[in-house]
Every structure is written in C-alpha cells, then in structure tokens.
Design a protein. Structure first.
Length: 364
C-alpha cells in the first residue's frame, strides 16, 4: 500500500470511525479488554458487556483480585468463556510479574494467557504506539481483495504471507490508527457480503474490485459438515426441592461454568440410559428419571447440540459415598430455583432455567 492510499484510508477513518468507548479511553487495560471481548463477537453485542465488566473490575488489580466465579458471571452470555478465564489468569500474572502494568512490547504480551499475535499487535500499536502489525478477519478480507489473492487463507503459507504484508505495509508513524482504520474499513465497507466498493477509499488500488472477484476473496476451502450431538441433562431434586448443579472443569468447554449435570449420548443408548450413566460417571449418584421437561438447541463453534432436560428424583450417592462426588466436575452444589441467578451458566442451561421460571410462574 503506497503513501497516497494510506493517506486516503486515514482520512476516511477519521471521518467515519464509530464512537466506541474504548476509543474514547485507549488505556492499555481498556484496549486489552475490548480486543479480547471483540474476538468472534460483534461490536454492538460487546458494548454493554464492556461497560458492565469495567464497572465491576475497573482495573487490572481489581480483576486479578476477583474470584473466577464473579468474572464468569459478568461474562455470562458473551460466549467463548475461555476468554474470560484467560483474562483473569493474565491479570494475575501482570500483577505478579509486571508490577501491575500491562507490558507494551509484543513479545512480552504474547507470554500472557489468551493473547495471540493479533491481540498483542493491537494492544501494542493502539495502547502504546508501537509499530506492530495486526491480522484479523476484517484485515485479511481487505488485504486479500486489494491483492486479489486466490490462495486459501486457511493454509499456513497464506497466513505467513499475509503477516509479512501486514508488517511491510505499516506506516512509519501512527500504526495504531492505521490498524484501526483497516479493521473499520473491513467492518463497514469491505464486508463479507455485498461490499460497498463505491464508498471505499482504497478502490483505486483494489485488484479484486478491478477484476470483479470481490465475492471470491478471501478464498477458503469448503467447510465440512457440522457435527451434531444429543445431550441429556438432569433437573435433579432432593427432598427439599433443591436442584443439583455441577461446575464444569476449568480446562474444557465452558470451563468454570455451572450446568445441570449430564452429558452426550453414546451409540444407540436411550437418553434416559445416557443420563443415568453420565450421572454415575460425573457425580457418582443414582437418580430416578422422570418427565422430559424441555428440549433446547444450541450451536457452538464447531458442533451443535440438542439438549434434553429431564426431571429427576435424587436417590443417593453410589457406595461407598454418602453424597455426590466431583469425579468429572470441578464442584457441585444444591440450589433453590431462585438461587440459580447467582451462578454463571452457559446459554443452553440458561434456556432451561427460563423454562423452569415459566413453569413456576404458571403454577403460582
């Protein structure tokens, strides 16, 4: 990209950039938090979560001091919960190893959990003015269209080439503004579908626009079919009517969140048999499975599930135990329905909770 193109891009950005809270205060913590939240999440979805999270944890020190449960509760509904866990871990490391100040160099940022090459470049360039490249989905789209690249962007050789281009095209000064301008251009103009080429400040330099190949860039290999799994979950009540909930292991999907215990159906087993097996393996308990309560569909990044929740009566722990055991869970607890809001749950379980609330309202 030549100097004239960069000038046109920056002029367009200054006239069209969105008024975002982290741009009003581009301090290191705010930039870091926003970049983590924006990973695979739309801007308009992030903004309210950003404000609530900052209100609860206004500094790196406050985040590091908070219990993980409290952090996950503030993140609840935003998805991709490993981001929250890594943010919390990284805050503790910043306090312990960097005297509470987020490091300014890319190499140091990369040592922190949850910070990859893109996020490190964004923080270093935007918050600290370092000459560091970035490469996210928006920027990849802009670059591959500017160059009319036919190469599959899922291939490591293509990504290596794009990172080299991102570094070579950085201006000598103002890398942070340039990086933000590219991301904004990809978000507002150089969109995945129906790009607004007539409004693009880089149109004169765009080879894909000249060739009419915008819709084919970036090039990707065909995606495989998304797997689907049936999952059974137990709404397990004790003699007091309390529900048994389990906390997922930290190192897995939805780590640290709470759930109604159960798991994935295997082979040709029935959902009832699946539920009984999973509860024995996960918590070492026996239940009487009753009525099917609700069916919930949910899509994760790489697979989809249909969750079937069943009313269950708690019969007791398997010998030699006298209470549930966290065999394949981080923890467990008995909770009244009205207490469930204190815990952080994934979306599928929150839909089950909403159904319980609806049923409770019907019965009142």
């Amino acid at each position: 990209m030549n100097d004239d193109a960069i000038t046109s891009l920056l002029r367009w950005y200054r006239a069209n950039r969105a008024d975002l809270p982290w741009r009003r205060d581009p301090s290191p913590y705010q930039v870091w938090l926003s970049e983590v939240m924006l990973q695979q999440t739309r801007v308009d979805t992030v903004i309210p979560y950003y404000h609530r999270f900052l209100a609860a944890f206004p500094s790196i020190a406050a985040l590091a001091d908070a219990p993980l449960d409290a952090v996950l509760k503030r993140w609840e509904g935003l998805g991709y919960y490993s981001r929250a866990r890594n943010l919390h871990r990284a805050a503790g490391l910043v306090i312990a190893e960097y005297d509470g100040a987020l490091p300014s160099e890319v190499d140091d940022l990369l040592k922190l959990p949850g910070i990859g090459r893109y996020t490190a470049g964004a923080i270093a360039s935007i918050a600290f003015g370092r000459r560091a490249p970035i490469l996210d989905g928006n920027v990849i789209r802009v670059y591959t269209r500017l160059l009319d690249m036919p190469d599959d962007i899922s291939q490591s050789a293509t990504k290596t080439r794009l990172w080299r281009i991102a570094a070579e095209w950085l201006p000598a000064q103002g890398a942070g503004e340039y990086n933000q301008a590219l991301m904004e251009l990809g978000r507002l103009v150089c969109r995945p579908r129906n790009p607004r080429c007539a409004d693009c400040p880089l149109r004169a330099s765009c080879r894909a626009c000249a060739a009419g190949t915008q819709a084919a860039r970036p090039a990707r290999a065909a995606r495989a079919a998304t797997p689907h799994f049936d999952v059974a979950a137990g709404l397990i009540r004790d003699e007091k009517g309390r529900l048994l909930i389990a906390q997922r292991p930290l190192d897995g999907l939805l780590g640290g969140l709470w759930e109604f215990p159960g798991g994935k159906r295997e082979g040709r087993e029935s959902l009832v048999d699946c539920l009984r097996r999973e509860l024995r393996e996960e918590l070492a308990i026996e239940v009487e499975v009753g009525q099917h309560v609700v069916m919930v569909k949910h899509a994760f990044t790489h697979f989809k599930i249909t969750l079937h929740a069943f009313d269950c009566r708690y019969l007791g722990a398997l010998p030699p135990y006298s209470e549930p055991q966290a065999l394949e869970a981080l923890d467990w607890a008995w909770a009244c329905e009205r207490e469930l809001g204190r815990y952080s749950f994934g979306k599928a379980d929150r839909l089950v909770i909403a159904e319980l609330a609806r049923r409770r309202g019907t019965l009142l």
